[in-house]
Design a protein around this ligand. Structure first.
Ligand code: PMP
Length: 426
C-alpha cells in the first residue's frame, strides 16, 4: 500500500491530456480479469480497448513473447528479417478475407498503419485526395486524424491537418437525423448518393486516391457497416480506379464473429489495416494489400525504427495459432448470442431509455436516451467490479470482452450491467 501511494504521488506529473476511467494501479491480468495493487479484482469488458482479445496474459502468447525475448528483441526491419516477421506473414496469408491480399508490412500502432495505408494509396494511384466517413476513427497521428470524424476533442487546437480529405455520411440513422427503425437500405441509398455528389462537386475521381471505411464504425458508435454500403463503395472504387481502404483495427481478428468483419459483405479491400487483436497487447499493426500495389514502393520509402518488432511478431504468431486451435470464433458466436439476448432484455425492461442494441460478435453496444446516462452506467459498472467503456458522441456503452470469455463470466458481466442500468434509471 505504501509503494502504491508513493507511486501515485507522481500521477500529477503525468499529462492531464490522458483520460482514465479507473483509480489506482493495475498490477496483473489473467483472462477476463485484472487486479489492482489495492486488491480490487475487476471483470474486464474493455480488453484494453479491444486489444487483449484472447484475454490478459494468454499463456501461449506470453510464453512465445518471453521466448523471443531471449533470442532477439530488436532485429530492425530495415536491417534484417527475423523469423517471427516471416512466420507471421505465413500465418496471415491464410487468414485474409480475400486471396488478393498478399503483401504485408508491419508497424506499431493502428494510427501508423493508417498513415502508411494513406501513403500507399497516394503512391499507387498517383492521386491525392481521400474520402472518409462521418463518425470515422482512424487514429491520432496527423494523417490518421485528418480522416477521423468521430469527436472534435482529438483535433481541437491542432489544425491544420492533412489537406485533401472529403467526408461523406455513414449509414447510421443518427447521422441522417433519422430514427433507429429507419430501413438500412434507405440510409445506404442516401449515403451513396452523397458520395456521388462529393465526386462530382468536390473531388473529381481522377484526383481521388481512396475511400477509407471501418467495417464496423467503432469510435463513431459501434455501428456495423451495411454490406450494401460496402458493395456500393466497392463499385464506385472500381468504376473510378480508386482504392478501398478497410480499417479492421478494431473489428479484426474474430472480434465480430468472423476473422475479419469485412467478410460479412464479401467485399474485397484493396488495402486493409490491422492492429489491436493482432498481437493481444504487444504493440503491432500492419498494412495488407496486393503485390501489384506495393510494387510501386521504392525500397526505403517505408520503415520505422520499431516497426514489426520481433517480440510483437512472435506474440502475433501465437495469437494466430491460438485463434485456430482454441475454437475462438465458435466461442465468440455462442457468447454473442447470449450477450445480445441479455442486452435485449435490458432494453425491454427500459424501453423508453434504451434506444438501440447493436453490433456483431463480441463488439456490441447499447445506446441510451438522455444526456450523461452512458457515462453514469459505466461508472456504476466500475463500482460493481466491471470495467466497461463508452464510445462516440452519443450515449453508447460498448461491450468488448475477451473473445474466449466463459459463459459464466459473460453472464456475470451482463448482470452487473443490468443492475447498473436499473440503478441509474431508477
Ligand atoms: N482505426 C480504428 C478503427 C481504431 O479503432 C483505432 C483505435 N481505437 C485506430 C485506428 C488507431 O489505432 P491506435 O490507437 O493503435 O493508433
Amino acid at each position: 500500500a505504501q509503494e502504491t501511494a508513493e507511486l501515485l504521488s507522481y500521477a500529477p506529473n503525468v499529462t492531464p491530456g490522458l483520460a482514465r476511467i479507473t483509480e489506482g494501479i493495475m498490477a496483473r491480468g489473467a483472462g477476463s480479469y485484472v487486479e489492482y495493487t489495492d486488491g480490487r479484482k475487476m471483470l474486464d469488458f474493455t480488453c484494453g480497448i479491444g486489444v487483449t482479445s484472447l484475454g490478459h496474459c494468454h499463456p501461449k502468447v506470453s510464453a512465445a513473447a518471453a521466448e523471443q525475448c531471449m533470442q532477439i528483441v530488436h532485429a530492425q526491419c530495415s536491417i534484417a528479417f527475423h523469423a517471427p516477421y516471416l512466420g507471421l506473414v505465413q500465418r496471415l496469408l491464410h487468414m485474409m478475407p480475400h486471396p488478393s491480399l498478399d503483401s504485408f508490412f508491419f508497424w506499431n500502432s493502428g494510427s501508423e498503419a493508417v498513415e502508411a495505408a494513406l501513403k500507399l494509396a497516394r503512391i499507387a494511384t498517383g492521386r491525392q485526395n481521400i474520402i472518409c466517413m462521418q463518425g470515422a476513427y482512424h487514429g491520432r497521428t496527423f494523417g490518421a486524424m485528418a480522416v477521423t470524424r468521430s469527436k472534435t476533442i482529438y483535433s481541437v487546437g491542432v489544425a491544420p491537418l492533412m489537406p485533401g480529405v472529403f467526408t461523406i455520411p455513414f449509414p447510421f440513422w443518427h447521422q441522417l437525423g433519422r430514427e433507429p427503425s429507419t430501413p438500412t437500405d434507405e440510409l445506404v441509398k442516401q449515403c451513396l448518393y452523397q458520395l456521388d455528389l462529393v465526386l462530382s462537386q468536390q473531388t473529381a475521381p481522377k484526383d481521388t486516391a481512396a475511400i477509407i471505411v471501418e467495417p464496423v464504425l467503432g469510435e463513431g458508435g459501434y455501428v456495423p457497416t451495411p454490406p450494401a454500403f460496402l458493395e456500393g463503395l466497392r463499385a464506385v472504387c472500381d468504376k473510378h480506379g480508386m482504392l478501398l481502404i478497410v480499417d479492421e483495427v478494431q473489428s479484426g481478428f474474430a472480434r465480430t464473429g468472423r476473422l475479419f468483419a469485412i467478410e460479412e459483405s464479401g467485399v474485397r479491400p484493396d488495402i486493409m489495416v490491422i492492429a489491436k487483436g493482432l498481437a493481444n497487447g504487444f504493440p503491432l499493426s500492419g498494412v495488407v494489400s496486393r503485390k501489384d500495389l506495393t510494387e510501386s514502393l521504392a525500397p526505403g520509402s517505408m520503415g520505422g525504427t520499431y516497426a514489426g518488432n520481433a517480440v510483437s511478431c512472435a506474440a502475433a504468431c501465437a495469437v494466430a495459432d491460438a485463434m485456430r486451435e482454441e475454437g475462438i470464433l465458435e466461442n465468440v458466436n455462442a457468447r454473442s448470442t447470449e450477450l445480445f439476448a441479455a442486452l435485449e432484455a435490458v432494453k425491454r425492461a427500459h424501453s423508453a431509455a434504451v434506444v438501440d442494441v447493436r453490433g456483431r460478435g463480441l463488439m456490441l453496444a447499447v445506446e441510451f436516451a438522455g444526456e450523461g446516462v452512458a457515462a453514469r452506467v459505466a461508472k456504476k459498472c466500475v463500482e460493481r467490479g466491471m470495467i466497461i467503456l463508452t464510445t462516440s458522441v452519443y450515449e453508447v456503452i460498448r461491450f468488448i470482452p475477451a473473445l474466449n470469455i466463459s459463459a459464466e463470466d459473460l453472464a456475470k458481466g451482463a448482470k452487473i450491467f443490468q443492475e447498473a442500468v436499473d440503478e441509474v434509471l431508477r
